[in-house]
Write a protein that binds this ligand. Structure first.
Ligand code: HPA
Ligand code: ZN
Length: 326
């Protein structure tokens, strides 16, 4: 019982959390009512029972439907604030929140509404809960690079509220190369770069996320184990992988948690971290991810310290904060 207590109590950073994936069914229904949005589900229970995923796409379809209730600045604030309060309970000292503006701007919601609400949540959570946080704008890879450029254009006035860009949504058939130019532009603007790669997609997508997009971290990246040369590079360059065990389980990346390769990644010297991805959909916030994957794979206290240390080291927080947490 000492290990689960350590996992819960240890300070940690969460680096892979889609804020729209923190929308609990209860909040989806409350916002639908508040905003007069019609949902194709009769009740919270009916919605929750639709959370039976077979792969990434089957999840994304429901995830985008859930996000359709978000209309006003207050909605984005409430969502961000609820997640940060929950994360603070899990002893998350620092969180980097992904958000998907194209999911909202496509419905006529302004970029200012999205960024304004989320940023206000981050500022207030720091003052009231002591949790530090930052925003990472994700481009949807199933849309075009032209659409990504238009999104970056809309975000230009708010770049002081965004620390970086990421790449998410349907991986297969949408390689990183598709977004080479928009990522180059983002880096020139001083933004950090990360990308989902090697969740369902091949190791080749991890190579191109690094070489073409110049991604500083790889989100998921668990398919790297199928490429020995890539494993050596990730270890040598200390490129962090933001691993999400319960997500991988629910989207059937691994048949069971016992077969998850987190231990293999750590033992090969990779800077892996543990994260929740979309906690409202995958059945657990960050501590649940830690306790379940440790129980299933026999990880030890030594791994726990390594994972917590990796999470701060790989974060984009100011160096002074990192040193304090480590
Ligand atoms: N992968 C890709 N896109 C996503 C995910 C994910 O795990 N979660 C939310 N959008
Ligand atoms: Zn993700």
């Amino acid at each position: 019982q000492r290990l689960p207590a350590l996992l819960r109590a240890m300070p940690k950073a969460e680096l892979h959390i889609h804020i729209e994936g923190s929308l609990e069914p209860e909040m989806i229904f409350a916002l639908a009512q508040r905003n007069g949005v019609q949902l194709p589900y009769a009740s919270v229970e009916a919605l929750r029972s639709a959370y039976a995923f077979t792969d990434l796409q089957s999840f994304l379809d429901i995830y985008y439907a859930g996000a359709s209730v978000l209309l006003h600045e207050q909605d984005f604030y409430d969502m961000g604030r609820a997640y940060l309060a929950r994360a603070a309970m899990d002893n998350v000292a620092h969180a980097e929140l992904f958000f998907d503006p194209q999911t909202h701007t496509a419905r006529g919601v302004a970029m200012e509404t999205v960024v304004g609400g989320l940023h206000r949540a981050c500022v207030e959570a720091r003052a009231e809960l002591g949790i530090s946080s930052a925003l990472i704008l994700c481009f949807l890879r199933h849309l075009s690079e032209e659409d990504a450029f238009a999104t970056l254009e809309q975000a230009q006035p708010y770049l002081d509220k965004i620390i970086g860009v990421g790449l998410d949504s349907s991986e297969r058939g949408h390689p990183p190369e598709k977004f080479a130019r928009v990522f180059a532009r983002c880096r020139a603007l001083g933004l950090h770069a990360v990308a989902h790669a090697g969740e369902e997609g091949p190791p080749a997508y991890i190579w191109s996320a690094l070489d073409v997009l110049k991604a500083e971290r790889i989100d998921h990246g668990v398919q790297a184990v199928h490429d020995a040369l890539l494993m050596q590079r990730l270890a040598r360059e200390r490129i962090a992988l933001t691993v999400c065990p319960l997500s991988n389980l629910k989207l059937r990346v691994f048949p069971s948690l016992a077969q998850h390769n987190l231990r293999q990644l750590l033992d090969a010297g990779l800077a892996a971290t543990v994260n929740s991805d979309d906690p409202a959909y995958f059945g657990g916030y960050i501590n649940e991810n830690f306790t379940q994957v440790f129980a299933a794979t026999g990880l030890t206290a030594r791994h726990a310290y390594q994972l917590a240390w990796n999470s701060f080291e790989a974060s984009f927080a100011p160096e002074a904060d990192k040193r304090r947490w480590e």
